[in-house]
Design a protein. Sequence first.
Length: 134
Amino acid sequence: AQTVPETDSRLEEFKEVYNNQTEQVPGFVGNIVGGETVKVNFQSNESSESLGVKFDGVTIRNISADGYGNYTVEVNVTETAVTSVANSEQPYQELRTQLDEENIEYETTTVSSGVKLKIFETLGNLASMIGLSF
């Protein structure tokens, strides 16, 4: 399972590994994160780090340890949550669990980002209610 890299020198490697696995991401997710600039605040037992990620669909276009000033979504996530989702047989279901338990939190900085994430949440809730998993 891939987790957030520990050093700046591994960011490009992380990006490449992630981008080579995007076929596992449900297609509509690209409509949600595509074009967004995300600030990820990653918390482990030993430290906390922030990364900036720019998406093109589900693909990471750019990643930076210094972040990007004009981010549209901010995500706070724990190491445990990342590992749980990455190792899950049903990653979307696990993502919902981690969101519900507030191990993953997000905030949007623009109306369009907020609307896209609200649609994403609604679709996820509907999928869970009818028993879909992806």
